[in-house]
Design a protein around this ligand. Structure first.
Ligand code: FMN
Length: 337
């Protein structure tokens, strides 16, 4: 089924296959998304580089950027053939480049076009077809505007609506500002679910913890998508499987995840010797966020001049973390004696 309680948001430059592999060591059940892939890149790019993934990343949704129903349908077929679990249409990105291509958030103003896109994808594949969108855009900022959009797209068969709970201001704000400046409007997402209970509604935007995710679920939405907080502190997903999916098993420790990731990085660099280690290691820098030694861990692994293999570097970084733990234990012992 399409209802999955927790997901990690699609994020350009961030949720590449390496970060997704990392998150999968921490949660087996959270739904993961690719970065946005334009229909042009999916259809004409080098397929393994643009769309390739490791089967362990599943369940995995491919997020597409585009506005042409036939091109999107073709991309959906490719996704299905490659083993993706879902295809998702981006109706939330406000960048100029994306607006220039008439896709992303500006499609909030063209409900019938989005409906045509979803209908074409729906007809092409048996995978769930979903949409990620905003509350609105400048000029269509009211709840009623969102409802009109959602009703049109629901009629075309969207299996889920993931609402980034703020508007995007297309004139004058950068994409980054568009993730902070327009205020969050959670109650309107709750209202959408209350007024359209048959739809699957996922809330997104500003969710910083699993406790916060829990509160949204209790307010009635079906699922919660977490973006920046998951990237900055990926181990915050450690409780997800037990808490939201009733699994019994605990995930591996941060140390174990770190070691596995270093092995993954090393294997990747062996297969692609011209890739930079930093391009892979950057995704693990947040693993010890909030823990003793986090800063040392981050510093040692982001040192670009260090050319030792990732597994060797990781052992050095973990040794620094252990020393930080020991220092704290010594302080405690000294204070207690
Ligand atoms: N949203 C998309 O739908 N597609 C993208 O490719 C995408 N790229 C992003 C890249 C970065 C670096 C960030 C920070 C966000 C991006 N977003 C993208 C938006 C996120 O998916 C999410 O909607 C937004 O960050 C709000 O959620 P959060 O507050 O939990 O981070």
């Amino acid at each position: 089924g399409v209802v999955r309680a927790l997901s990690v948001a699609p994020m350009m430059e961030w949720t590449d296959r390496h970060f997704r592999w990392l998150v999968r060591q921490i949660s087996r059940r959270a739904l993961l998304y690719t970065e946005m892939v334009t229909t042009g890149a999916a259809l004409h790019g080098e397929r393994e580089i643009v769309l390739g993934f490791d089967p362990s990343e599943r369940p995995l949704a491919l997020q597409l950027g585009g506005d042409d129903p036939q091109a999107l349908a073709e991309c959906a077929r490719i996704a299905e053939g490659m083993g993706y679990d879902e295809v998702n249409l981006n109706v939330g990105c406000p960048s100029d480049r994306v607006q220039g291509g008439n896709f992303g958030a500006c499609l909030m103003g063209q409900p019938s076009r989005v409906a045509a896109c979803v209908a074409a994808m729906r007809a092409a594949v048996s995978l769930p077809v979903t949409v990620k969108h905003r509350i609105g855009i400048d000029g269509r900022e009211r709840y009623e505007d969102m409802l009109e959009f959602v009703d049109a797209v629901a009629a075309a068969g969207s299996d889920r609506f993931t609402v980034h709970a703020r508007i995007a201001i297309l004139a004058g704000l950068s994409p980054k500002e568009n993730r902070t400046v327009p205020p969050l409007r959670y109650p309107e997402v709750y209202r959408l679910k209350a007024e359209r209970p048959q739809l699957v509604v996922e809330i997104n935007g500003g969710v910083r913890s699993l406790d916060a995710a829990d509160e949204h679920l209790r307010a009635g939405v079906d699922a919660v998508m977490i973006g920046r907080a998951a990237y900055e502190d990926p181990y915050c997903f450690a409780e997800v499987d037990r808490r939201f999916f009733a699994e019994a098993e605990a995930p591996p420790s941060r140390f174990e995840v770190a070691r596995r990731y270093a092995e993954h990085a090393e294997a990747h660099l062996r297969a692609y010797p011209r890739r930079k280690a930093s391009a892979v290691l950057r995704h693990v820098l947040g693993l010890f966020t909030g823990q003793p030694g986090a800063r040392e861990f981050r510093r040692l692994l982001s040192e670009t001049r260090d050319e030792r293999p990732p597994t060797v570097r990781m052992e050095a970084a973990l040794a620094a973390v252990r020393r930080a733990h020991e220092r704290i234990a010594e302080h405690r012992a000294a204070a207690g004696s």
